[in-house]
Design a protein around this ligand. Structure first.
Ligand SMILES: *Cc1c(COP(=O)(O)O)cnc(C)c1O
Length: 413
């Protein structure tokens, strides 16, 4: 696409790891003539991020400070929220745990979530004594439809927790409507959806709380970090206390003078932990947020190239087209194959130095969540047929071509 600046591949160093060390690299060269493995996910970090980190080091303030505040404000603007509706955390998982506390989810409550979900979200529900209730997903988009969510609701349902699979918004607007009409809270795990929108509205802002991740595997990274949006700004105010030991006072000389206290005195309103971000990671995340649109534009080109190369190949289904008004962050690109062939294809691609994966294995099959023998056929089919191909902004056109050509070549018959 004209005008899209190419993102330099591994800007700091070009040493993707080849499993098996020297011999692994020799085998890869012998098999493919290539020395680089192709990662499923890969961050693009460069001189801008290093300069931002250097400035933090030179400021001698590496903890939570002005850079965290600036990153939060920039993220609030990015999702079209007010600054008071957004707080950062040290991970998205931690933000999800906070969301449970802020919404008062606990024993006796049920939280409905798609079985194709991230392990940390089900853990957040179970850790607060609530019951995760797994619903089915559409076999092609891997997102729950409003009918899947509706089928899992009971009088004990306190909240619904959805993710936007691979960045596809899914039926989040309709699910939000359903939740509102039933007086049920909606939490969005928008970790895949840093730049996804429906009719211009950011995913993560349709419900009561949205959470995002900036961990090492996401599109824009802070190395580690999370963001939390709450429609009700009072929840964020409470969340900020929960994220810092439940301290009632914010530190600071000026405030303590106003309150006629010493600035080292404190009260706690809850026995809470420490979930805050710091200025080093925020500085990285802020630069990456600035670059997010450029990353997504390049990922969209790659998605188009995969679609073009694969959509007419017998035995390969490419992701369904996005509905009008929906925009995806292009976090995952997935193909669907004959379930009897999927694992073998993944292994043969790996032999060529191409990593693939499946996100996210069905949680209702994890015994610890106690879901018993549920039958969720859409998720079952998707879990057996789906393979996520490499998708990151540093992939070259040549590598994208190598991936799709290889997929076609390793497919039997
Ligand atoms: C990455 C991810 C998370 C967790 O994010 P962390 O910041 O690593 O805690 C949660 N949900 C989904 C869908 C993710 O992809």
């Amino acid at each position: 696409m004209a005008g899209t600046r190419r993102i330099r591949r591994v800007e700091i160093a070009r040493f993707p790891q080849v499993h098996g060390g020297f011999n692994g690299r020799r085998r890869l060269v012998a098999a493919t003539g290539r020395t680089q493995v192709i990662n499923v996910f890969q961050p693009s970090l460069g001189e801008r991020e290093l300069a931002a980190v250097r400035a933090v080091f030179e400021s001698c303030w590496i903890g939570k400070g002005s850079r965290v505040a600036a990153f939060e404000a920039a993220f609030a603007a990015h999702i079209g929220a007010a600054p008071e509706q957004v707080m950062s955390t040290n991970s998205c998982t931690e933000a999800t745990f906070l969301a449970m506390q802020l919404l008062g989810i606990g024993p006796g409550d049920e939280v409905v979530l798609p079985t194709v979900s991230f392990v940390g979200t089900a853990n957040a529900i179970a850790a607060h004594g609530a019951r995760p209730v797994f619903c089915d997903v559409d076999p092609r988009t891997l997102n729950p439809g409003v009918e899947h969510v509706a089928a899992a609701l009971t009088p004990a349902t306190k909240a619904v927790l959805v993710l936007h699979y691979g960045g596809y918004p899914g039926q989040v607007a309709q699910i939000a409507e359903l939740c509102r009409s039933r007086g049920i809270k909606l939490i969005e795990d928008a970790a895949n959806a840093q730049a996804s929108t429906v009719d211009g509205q950011a995913c993560g802002t349709f419900g009561d709380i949205g959470v995002w991740s900036f961990d090492h595997g996401k599109i824009a990274v802070a190395v580690d970090g999370g963001m939390l949006f709450a429609r009700n700004a009072e929840l964020v105010e409470h969340g900020r206390k929960l994220a810092y030991f439940g301290l009632e006072q914010t530190s600071g000389y000026d405030q303590s003078m106003r309150a006629h206290t010493r600035w080292w005195d404190f009260e706690v309103s809850s026995f809470s932990r420490r979930s805050v971000l710091n200025d080093v990671l925020a500085a990285i995340g802020h630069v990456q947020l600035d670059r997010l649109a450029e990353f997504v534009a390049r990922r969209r080109e790659i998605v188009d190239a995969y679609d073009k190369a694969l959509e007419a190949v017998p035995g390969v289904l490419v992701p369904p087209a996005l509905p009008p008004g929906h925009d995806s962050s292009c976090y995952l690109y997935w193909v669907q194959l004959d379930p009897n062939l999927r694992d073998g294809v993944a292994r043969r691609l790996h032999e060529r130095g191409i990593y693939t994966t499946f996100r996210y294995p069905q949680l209702h099959k994890v015994r610890a969540y106690g879901a018993g023998d549920l039958s969720l056929p859409g998720a079952g089919h998707a879990g057996a047929a789906t393979l996520c191909l490499p998708l990151h902004q540093a992939l070259t056109d040549d590598e994208v071509d190598f991936v799709s050509t290889s997929l076609i070549e390793v497919l039997p018959g």
